[in-house]
Design a protein around this ligand. Structure first.
Ligand code: NOJ
Length: 553
C-alpha cells in the first residue's frame, strides 16, 4: 500500500503557470516546457486546477464538458504528453473533479432546460413557495440567493456557488453513475490522483428546508451521513480499484469526526481531507471579508485538535497553507517584508513536518507574496468582485472595502508564476490575464541563482522521504500556552527517538522553557532556517525572529 506520509504534492494553477502560445493564459504545453523546474523539487504528484471545457465564470470550476480539455489550455494530445513526460520523472497527476455542480453550459443542464425529463432530474429544480418567495432561504457562497430562475419556467435551480454552477442532485443514481464515469474516463488516461471539489456538500437533505438561523444553514447540506455512502460508492466504482491512487476531498466546514471517516483506510472513502479551520483564524465572527490579525492561540488549538485527533482516530490530513482560494499565507501568518525569507521557511517547516501529506502551491517555494494591486479593476475573481459590491452596499467606503479585498482576494494566489523579473514576469510575451507585480525581487531565476527558500523546500521534501518520524510518526503538541511558538513532538510506537519541531510565528526573539523530559538530551538538527548546528538541549531555548527548528533527540 502507498505510504501517504512519504508523498509531497505540488499544486499548479494552469492558467497562471506558463503561457507557451502568447495569449496571456497559461497552458498545458507551458507546463511541459517547465518540467525541468518541477523535477528539481522531487515532488510525487501534481494537482492541476481544472482545465476542462468551461465558460470560466469561476475559473474552470464551472465545467461544461468533463472529458474535454478547454482549447484555451491545449488539446487531449498535449494532456497525454504531459502525463507521459511527468511519468518519466516519477511524478503522478492529480485532477480536479468538480462533481457537486456543473456549468449551466453543460449539455446536462441544457437538456434539462429543453425539458428532457431524464436531465431535469439531474438538478435541484423547485417551485417558489406559496408566498412567491424562493424555494429556500439559502445563500450562495459567493453572495446573493442560492436559487436562480430555471429558464422560462416556474422553477428555480439550486446553485450553492455562482448562478453559472448548477448543483447536481446526487440522490439520483443516474447522476452518480454519470459522475463516476468521469473519474473512470481520466483513470483510463493514466490519472491516479483525484481532488474532489467541495465533495461534502453533495448530500443535501431530500427535502430542502429553510434555515432557521443563518449560522446553521450549512448543516442542512454539509457532511450529512449520505456523503459517506456516496464516497464509498465512488471509491468502489472507480479509483478504489487502483491500489496506487491518491485522493483528497475538499471539505467545506467539516468536522474531525467526519474527516476521520472520510480518510480512514478501512472506510474505503478517500485518502485524505483538506479542511480549512486553520485558515479562518483571521476572520471576524467567521466572516472572511473582514480584516483581523491572526488569532495565534486559536490557530494552535485548531492544529492541536486536527493533528492529534486525526492521528488517534486513524484519519489522514492534507497539510497546506496555500492554494488558489487563499491569499498568500506569508502575508497572513508571516512577514512579507523584512523577514520574508525567514518567515517563508518557518511556515514551511511548521506545516510540512506535521502528520499528513504536504501540498505546496506554485510560487510558495519562492516565497511569493500577495500582489501590490491598487485598484478594484486589477481583480477578476467573481467571489472578490461580489464581495466588494456587497461591502460597498453595507456602507463601507471604497477605500475600506478595497483594503479588505486587497488582503483577502483569491486573486492574490492566482497571479502568474514569477519566472524572471521581466515586465510580465517571464510568464507570457503579452499582457497576462492577471498582472504580476513584485517579480523584481521574487522570481525563479533569482531564487535559483542566489535564493535560499527553494533549497529549503527541497530539503524539507527530502526529509519526509528519509525520516520515518516525519512520514510515519504520531504527533503531540507541547508548549500549548506559549503565545508565540508552535511546538510539537513526532514519535513512533516502541521507539525512543523523537523529533521536536519549534516555530516562532513572530518577529521578536522569544525564549521557551522546555519540558523536563527533553532537557539535557543531545539533539541532531534536521533542519533550521538559521543554520543551527547540533546541540544539547537545556531548560531554555531561545528562538530568534521567525525561527524554525527541527531537532531529533
Ligand atoms: C472550491 C474551489 O477550490 C473554488 O475555487 C471554487 O470556486 C469552488 N470550490 C466552487 O467550485
Amino acid at each position: 500500500m502507498i505510504n501517504l506520509g512519504k508523498k509531497v504534492i505540488y499544486q499548479i494553477y494552469p492558467k497562471s503557470f506558463y503561457d507557451s502560445n502568447g495569449d496571456g493564459i497559461g497552458d498545458l504545453r507551458g507546463i511541459i516546457q517547465k518540467i525541468d523546474y518541477i523535477k528539481k523539487l522531487h515532488v510525487d504528484m501534481i494537482w492541476f486546477n481544472p482545465f476542462f471545457v468551461s465558460p470560466q465564470h469561476d475559473n474552470g470550476y464551472d465545467v461544461a464538458d468533463y472529458c474535454k480539455i478547454d482549447p484555451r489550455f491545449g488539446s487531449m494530445q498535449d494532456f497525454e504528453e504531459l502525463v507521459a513526460k511527468l511519468k518519466e520523472i516519477n511524478v503522478g497527476v492529480m485532477l480536479d473533479m468538480v462533481l457537486n455542480h456543473c456549468s449551466t453550459e453543460h449539455k446536462w443542464f441544457k437538456k434539462a432546460l429543453a425539458g428532457d425529463p431524464k436531465y431535469r432530474k439531474f438538478f435541484y429544480l423547485r417551485k417558489a413557495k406559496a408566498d412567491g418567495s424562493l424555494p429556500t432561504n439559502w445563500r450562495s457562497k459567493f453572495g446573493g440567493p442560492a436559487w436562480a430562475k430555471f429558464g422560462n419556467t416556474d422553477y428555480y435551480y439550486l446553485h450553492l456557488y455562482d448562478p453559472s454552477q448548477a448543483d447536481l442532485d446526487w440522490h439520483n443514481p443516474e447522476v452518480r453513475k454519470a459522475v463516476f464515469a468521469v473519474v473512470n474516463f481520466w483513470r483510463n488516461k493514466g490519472v491516479q490522483g483525484f481532488r474532489f471539489d467541495v465533495i461534502n456538500v453533495t448530500g443535501k437533505a431530500k427535502k430542502l428546508l429553510d434555515a432557521t438561523d443563518p449560522t446553521t444553514e450549512k448543516s442542512l447540506y454539509t457532511d450529512t451521513p449520505v456523503v459517506h455512502q456516496y464516497l464509498k460508492e465512488l471509491n468502489a466504482a472507480s479509483f478504489g480499484q487502483d491500489p496506487d491512487s491518491i485522493t483528497v476531498g475538499e471539505m467545506s466546514s467539516t468536522s474531525i469526526a467526519n474527516s476521520i471517516a472520510y480518510s480512514k483506510p478501512d472506510e474505503h472513502e478517500l485518502s485524505m481531507v483538506f479542511s480549512f479551520h486553520h485558515l479562518k483564524v483571521d476572520y471576524r465572527d467567521g466572516n472572511k471579508w473582514t480584516k483581523e490579525p491572526v488569532d495565534f492561540m486559536k490557530l494552535k488549538a485548531i492544529f492541536t485538535a486536527w493533528q492529534e485527533k486525526m492521528d488517534q482516530g486513524g484519519g489522514w490530513n492534507a497539510l497546506f497553507w496555500n492554494n488558489h482560494d487563499q491569499s498568500v499565507a506569508l502575508n497572513r501568518f508571516g512577514d512579507p517584508g523584512k523577514y520574508r525569507l525567514q518567515s517563508a521557511e518557518m511556515l514551511a517547516t511548521a506545516i510540512q513536518l506535521m502528520r499528513g501529506t504536504p501540498y505546496i502551491y506554485m510560487g510558495e517555494e519562492l516565497g511569493m507574496i500577495d500582489p501590490a494591486y491598487t485598484s478594484i479593476k486589477d481583480y477578476v475573481d467573481v467571489e472578490t468582485l461580489n464581495a466588494y459590491h456587497e461591502l460597498r452596499k453595507q456602507g463601507l467606503s471604497a477605500a475600506a472595502a478595497f483594503d479588505i479585498i486587497h488582503a483577502k482576494s483569491r486573486d492574490n494566489a492566482r497571479t502568474p508564476m514569477h519566472w524572471d523579473s521581466g515586465k510580465y514576469a517571464g510568464f507570457s510575451q503579452v499582457k497576462p490575464w492577471l498582472m504580476p507585480t513584485n517579480q523584481d525581487e521574487i522570481n525563479v531565476a533569482a531564487e535559483l541563482k542566489h535564493g535560499e527558500i527553494f533549497n529549503y523546500y527541497q530539503k524539507l521534501i527530502k526529509l519526509r522521504k528519509t525520516e520515518e518520524l516525519i512520514s510515519d510518526g504520531h504527533i503531540k503538541m507541547f508548549l500549548q500556552k506559549d503565545p508565540q511558538v508552535l511546538a510539537y513532538e513526532r514519535f513512533l510506537d516502541n521507539k525512543t527517538e523523537k523529533l521536536l519541531v519549534f516555530a516562532n510565528f513572530y518577529g521578536q526573539e522569544h525564549t521557551v522553557t522546555l519540558p523536563k523530559q527533553y532537557q539535557e538530551q543531545a539533539g541532531t538538527v534536521l533542519i533550521s532556517n538559521y543554520h543551527k548546528k547540533d546541540f544539547t538541549l537545556t531548560a531554555a531555548l531561545k528562538l530568534v525572529p521567525y525561527e524554525a527548528l527541527a531537532i531529533k533527540i
